[in-house]
Design a protein around this ligand. Structure first.
Ligand code: HEM
Length: 135
């Protein structure tokens, strides 16, 4: 399975896989719960599912629109007080969730692609910490 096919599988799951992501993320890192106290995690999961499609599209195609979107997203996370050291926690949990969801389709190459895609997305979001980016 390619990273593009894995995103299509995620989108078909309509956010339910990513709802599990938030449960596991906040159980593993309870110190981050304070960020999500007033959030509807079902809505959040839908937004994150779509954002992961942009993470993959930027990794695979370097589209300018996805780069700009990731900078805007980063700027919002800056205002949300998300610290740089929180991002690897996010990536690690996501890789675990993807492994469980994709089962036999998960393999070291796909894991490596997702790691690279997330590293690139996070580096781009971090650029959004330094300047104001709006849609
Ligand atoms: C690659 C990493 C990440 C991606 C792709 C991502 C994606 C998203 C998306 C799409 C939203 C919704 C934005 C909107 O309202 O338009 C969001 C909101 C949020 N994210 Fe992340 N996120 C990432 C990392 C993190 C991390 C590490 C934290 C740490 C706690 C975090 C905390 C939050 C919070 C608290 C919100 C709610 C902000 C609001 O509703 O205004 N995110 N994120």
């Amino acid at each position: 399975m390619t990273i593009t096919e894995s995103v299509q599988a995620l989108l078909s799951s309509k956010g339910r896989v990513i709802e599990r992501f938030y449960e596991q993320f906040l159980t593993t890192y309870p110190e981050l719960e304070r960020h999500f106290e007033d959030r509807d995690l079902t809505v959040q999961a839908s937004m994150l599912t779509v954002a992961l499609a942009s993470v993959e599209a930027y990794y695979s195609h370097r589209f300018f629109a996805t780069e700009h979107y990731l900078k805007v997203l980063g700027h919002r996370h800056y205002h949300e007080g998300v610290r740089p050291e929180d991002y690897p926690k996010f990536s690690n949990t996501l890789l675990e969730i993807l492994e469980g969801f994709l089962g036999d389709d998960w393999n070291p190459e796909l894991k490596d692609e997702w790691q690279q895609a997330l590293d690139l997305a996070i580096a781009t979001m971090r650029e959004g910490y330094n300047e104001t980016y709006t849609l």
